[in-house]
Design a protein. Structure first.
Length: 235
């Protein structure tokens, strides 16, 4: 099961999913408030995101799937594995961890989203704005064409609210409750502090960790080749 990050969409995984599906059943979902899912869900708590993962696995009859999540999707995957031991075969975190309380996170994300030129005049303009290449294509793929422009398929306030719990506290107790085999992948220029990675490995030394040169937060888009090979070996 593939889980995208905040303000993302399931299509970010298309290339990786196509290759993994040669040997595995692959399910990528638009999480609540994102993509083609309900745009303004009443509940955007961490527990609600986790409940969706469990519900999808149950509805599709998935037998102990591996959870793979990037950024907020990785955080959701971590919490799901912690809350439901035995339900998931293994866990892969991509630029995600237990985090730390950050009261300014909501305002920072809100400002970042407010800076987007809405609507983008064209899809090509959006690709350029998001940095071009696979990263720009990945982010632009989350837009929809309507009313003469290209718009996000999410509401800004829903995104900010989805981070509320992460801003209030860390989730180290949940990290220590994870029992399944875990792969943690970080971009060498990503946003997860080295001290957080070190603590993750001290608390769960059996975790397989990988630092990817030439990658930032969007490892799955920037270095999909490295992530693909790491996943093949881990799976």
């Amino acid at each position: 099961m593939l889980l995208h990050g905040l303000a993302g969409h399931a299509g970010e995984w298309d290339s990786l999913a196509a290759e993994l599906s040669v040997h595995h059943r692959v399910v990528a979902i638009d999480q609540r408030g994102h993509g083609a899912s309900e745009r303004r869900p009443r509940d955007v708590s961490r527990a609600a995101y986790v409940a969706d993962v469990v519900a999808v696995a149950d509805r599709l009859g998935l037998d102990r799937p591996t959870l793979i999540g990037q950024s907020l999707g990785g955080h959701t995957a971590l919490l799901a594995a912690a809350a439901h031991p035995g339900l998931f075969r293994s866990l892969v975190l991509v630029e995600a961890g237990p985090g730390a309380a950050d009261p300014g996170a909501a305002a920072e994300i809100g400002a970042m989203l407010d800076a987007w030129p809405r609507p983008f005049p064209s899809r090509a303009a959006a690709v350029t704005y998001f940095g071009g290449g696979p990263v720009g294509e990945g982010w632009a793929g989350g837009l929809e064409e309507r009313d003469g422009g290209w718009w996000p398929r999410f509401d800004r306030d829903v995104m900010v609210a989805s981070l509320a719990e992460n801003a209030r506290r860390s989730f180290w107790e949940e990290w220590q409750r994870v029992e399944c085999p875990t792969l943690a992948v970080f971009g060498r220029s990503g946003i997860i502090p080295a001290a957080e990675v070190d603590r993750m490995l001290r608390l769960r030394p059996e975790t397989v960790a990988l630092s990817v040169p030439g990658a930032g937060h969007d490892v799955h888009l920037e270095r999909a080749d490295v992530l693909r090979e790491a996943l093949r070996a881990f799976l």
